[in-house]
Design a binder for this molecule. Structure first.
Ligand SMILES: [Zn+2]
Ligand SMILES: [Zn+2]
Length: 162
């Protein structure tokens, strides 16, 4: 077994033998150092680098995302409220409405995201729904349900990283 004789060790833990390699930078890493990503195992440094690149949003983006989400949520509340009908219809419409809001917010902020974009967008939806409730709709079960579902939907859309 000649191939086995050349032992390789983790770059962070020289005492740990491993054959696992980062698929980006090729360095050896033990299972404790490896991070599972959708594209395979990577070392922590590569993951951090990717994230810094990915999370390029600025504070101005956060403000924009918040504003778009708030206005979008208030509009969605208004429109879905106008449609009326059964509560189930409102629930069914809330999911795509959240998706539209998140897509719009992403597009308007140049598709940049910060680490907290999802949270900011979700907060925007809550704020927009509250404003709607305060000035137009009242805080009924429909408004609350819509707010809850849209919040989850918007946050989920941001988590998808598309
Ligand atoms: Zn790496
Ligand atoms: Zn290690």
């Amino acid at each position: 077994m000649n191939a086995m004789s050349e032992a390789t060790f983790c770059g962070q833990h020289p005492e740990r033998e491993t054959s696992l390699r980062c698929n980006r930078c090729d360095r050896y890493m033990c299972p404790a150092c490896a991070v599972q990503t959708p594209v395979g195992y990577r070392c922590r440094e590569c993951v951090r680098e990717q994230e810094d690149h990915f999370f390029s949003g600025t504070n101005a983006d956060y403000v924009l995302v918040f504003a778009v989400s708030a206005v979008g949520a208030a509009l969605a509340q208004l429109l879905i409220g106008l449609i009326g009908g059964f509560l189930i219809l409102a629930i069914l419409l809330a999911v795509p409405a959240g998706g539209v809001i998140a897509t719009l917010a992403l597009q308007l902020s140049g598709r940049r995201r910060g680490r907290w974009s999802g949270h900011v967008a979700a907060a925007g939806v809550v704020a927009g729904s509250l404003l709607f409730a305060l000035f137009l709709g009242g805080l009924g079960i429909r408004t609350l349900l819509l707010a809850g579902i849209m919040t989850v939907s918007v946050f989920g859309r941001y988590r998808m990283r598309i």
